[in-house]
Design a protein around this ligand. Structure first.
Ligand code: ZN
Length: 321
């Protein structure tokens, strides 16, 4: 890692990122964030680096403002639908799930830099204050002081289960480990798990900087669900967001979102209920003229420092995302 860091710093001193950014300026990149934090985390707490330190988020936005044009997701989709090239060096910011930290920590930084972002809301999480199943697993493992290796292995197994077996498997795990994430317990739950409410959503929307997209109601992996459940779950999430924001919800983000987590069938269903774009977690930049469906993103996690962020966004090294 140290050698790689020295190599990256050498490239920076030779202004290679600048050249690379110029070579890639016709591509649009979409960045994926989840939560933010203002704490140091130890043990299994945030061990998958899903919650980025807010100071680093601020530094990343400084960098983006200097070298890129941060545009709204809706503007990128509009360009793709109209067949016109997006602005050169365009970047879109997205946050998945609806963590409270997006409002408490992220929104002030977005306002400071005056840059737009889209937040994809899992509506059972936001509307009913029920934790995402992946967070329930993280929390139970973290409180039970198990290893990261075990956590990753178990989550991989759970993600492959047919959906009818998932809920029971998560409950079994919580019983075995002896810990259950309950967001109604308020302050006793670590801040990284807290969820925003509709007043936060409306305040951010009214600023004109933040838009909201759908991310299903239950946050289940759609390719594990039968078509009728895909339809009802996606439509429910869309309906709740539209009811609460008073605006059409036209962007959709796949839970988990990797290759194999969506299919032609899920795509057909999602298009059929009025979405104008779908977003994945498949890593990559988006070429001008690409379809607004199955857009690619780069995941930004707390183990990424500014040097590696520069390598990633400039197009020099996109291998790990
Ligand atoms: Zn998600």
């Amino acid at each position: 890692m140290r050698i790689k860091r020295i190599f990256c710093q050498t490239l920076q001193s030779l202004r290679v990122p600048e050249l690379s950014r110029r070579l890639h300026q016709r591509e649009s990149i979409i960045l994926m964030f989840h939560g933010l934090t203002d704490l140091q985390h130890y043990g299994l707490d945030n061990c998958q680096h899903k919650h980025l330190h807010v100071k680093r988020f601020d530094a990343f936005l400084n960098h983006l403002k200097k070298h890129f044009k941060v545009i709204a997701l809706e503007d990128l989709v509009r360009c793709l639908n109209a067949g016109v090239p997006p602005p050169p060096s365009s970047v879109v910011l997205t946050f998945d799930d609806g963590f409270l930290s997006n409002y408490v920590l992220g929104f002030p930084v977005l306002k400071k830099h005056g840059v737009p972002a889209t937040i994809f809301l899992a509506t059972e999480f936001v509307d009913e204050n029920k934790p995402l199943w992946v967070d329930r697993v993280d929390y139970a493992f973290s409180r039970a002081c198990r290893t990261k290796h075990e956590l990753i292995r178990v989550k991989k197994r759970l993600k492959a289960l047919p959906i009818e077996d998932l809920t029971v498997a998560v409950e079994d795990l919580e019983r075995q480990l002896g810990f259950k994430l309950d967001l109604s317990n308020g302050t006793s739950v670590p801040a990284i798990y807290h969820v925003m409410d509709w007043s936060h959503v409306r305040e951010m929307q009214e600023s004109g900087l933040v838009s909201f997209g759908a991310h299903t109601h239950l946050h289940w992996i759609l390719s594990r669900c039968p078509p009728d459940l895909v339809l009802s779950d996606v439509a429910k999430g869309k309906g709740i967001i539209e009811r609460e924001t008073g605006r059409p919800c036209t962007t959709f983000c796949y839970p988990n979102g990797g290759v194999g987590d969506f299919s032609d069938e899920t795509e057909r269903i999602i298009r059929g209920i009025g979405f104008e774009s779908t977003i994945t977690t498949v890593g990559g930049a988006n070429a001008p003229g690409c379809s607004p469906f199955l857009l690619k993103r780069f995941g930004i996690t707390s183990d990424l420092d500014l040097v590696r962020f520069d390598m990633l966004t400039s197009g020099i090294d996109r291998s790990q995302r």
